[in-house]
Design a protein around this ligand. Structure first.
Ligand code: NAI
Length: 332
């Protein structure tokens, strides 16, 4: 049976043993709760946990949960290839988080190198995997992964995603608080990128009426919501638990779409034609997910005058962030 399955896998490119998801940075503040939530996901058959520290312990612990998936732990660069091999989805929360007073761009010097190395290994060992990038600054780390994959000749823009789901999750929560309604029923189209002014919640599209004061307060809170957590954690890190939930939600949406479920739409930061006219190559809007990853990139839709101003402010920052990532990989 195994031989028959192996033959089928080679013939069809589909692994009958089911979806393998690899988490890189699995022992971290996001990595651990994210891995826990993924262990509960029925679409995952194999969960591969990689980090440079502590993964044997995290994997042993999570593996005792009685869901029908197999967990493996891999520690250190010599075990990275094995962690990645055959992965259908690779989620990357590896890298340092912010401390009070830092912007996400301040993390570039450390995280760019980490993401580049991990992307090089992924391009070699799992070139067809869907890459879900959580490591900040997302606006730059996504172009870094793209450039590494281009150099290796394996880039497919349909399979690369910057995970901006936390902005969407926060937007629902903050709007729900403002309007005293259940945040689970609120869906905000958050477009652009994942840092400060590049995060643009299109509140005018929610169908809810806001005063101008509410719009300005909510927009600022959604753009800088991460700072609230960084400040409250007082030097020990940034959002990890809410991020784990957001990362698990996006991974679940993608896996369901990959297995054929229709109509799954999530905002995510991808290579996009939407803002190309303004020189912005990567942009987040609602994206319909399908069996090959990105299936349809939705338009921005109608924007209020206030939102058009947000767009004008975001464009130069996004352009710079993207350029920085592209140049990092292509520098001599
Ligand atoms: P953390 O420091 O708690 O964990 C990071 C983990 O990455 C550590 O276990 C570390 O050993 C590991 N790591 C470092 N270098 C590695 C390498 N070369 N290979 C594999 N693993 C490596 O940090 P935390 O809080 O989990 O945050 C991780 C990243 O996620 C940060 O860059 C943070 O800014 C970002 N983040 C992104 C969000 C988003 O919305 N996209 C939201 C919150 C955080």
């Amino acid at each position: 049976v195994l031989l028959e399955q192996e033959g089928k896998r080679i013939a069809t490119g589909v692994d009958p043993r089911g979806a393998k998801v690899a988490v890189l940075g699995a022992a971290g503040g996001i990595g651990q709760p994210l891995s826990l939530l993924l262990k509960l996901n029925p679409h995952i058959d194999r969960l591969s946990l990689y980090d440079i520290v502590n993964t044997p312990g995290v994997a042993a612990d999570i593996s005792h949960i009685n869901t029908n998936s197999v967990v493996t732990g891999h520690k250190g660069p010599e075990q990275l290839g094995e962690a990645l091999r055959d992965a259908q989805v690779i989620v990357i929360p590896a890298g340092v988080p912010r401390k009070p007073g830092m912007t996400r761009d301040d993390l570039f010097n450390t995280n760019a190198g980490i993401v580049k190395n991990l992307a090089e290994a992924a391009a070699k060992h799992a070139p067809k995997a869907h890459m879900l990038i959580i490591a900040n600054p997302v606006n730059s780390t996504v172009p870094i992964v793209a450039e590494v994959f281009k150099k290796a000749g394996v880039f497919d823009p349909k399979r690369l995603f910057g995970v901006t789901t936390l902005d969407v999750v926060r937007a629902s929560t903050f709007v729900g608080q403002t309007k005293s309604t259940n945040p689970e029923n609120i869906n905000v189209h958050v477009i652009g990128g994942h840092s400060g002014v590049t995060i643009m919640p299109l509140l005018s599209q929610t169908g809810t009426k806001f005063t101008q004061e509410e719009i300005e307060k909510l927009t600022h809170r959604i753009q800088f919501g991460g700072d609230e957590v960084v400040k409250a954690k007082d030097g020990t890190g940034s959002a990890t638990l809410s991020m784990a939930q957001a990362g698990a939600r996006f991974t679940d949406s993608l896996l369901r779409a990959l297995s054929g479920e229709k109509g799954i739409v999530e905002p995510t930061y991808v290579k996009s034609h939407i803002a190309e006219k303004d020189g912005v190559e990567y942009f987040s809007t609602n994206v319909e997910l399908g069996t090959n990853g990105v299936s349809k990139i939705h338009d921005i839709g109608p924007m209020s005058d206030y939102e058009k101003k947000l767009y004008e402010a975001a464009v130069p920052e996004l352009r710079n962030n993207i350029k920085k990532g592209v140049e990092f990989v292509n520098k001599a």
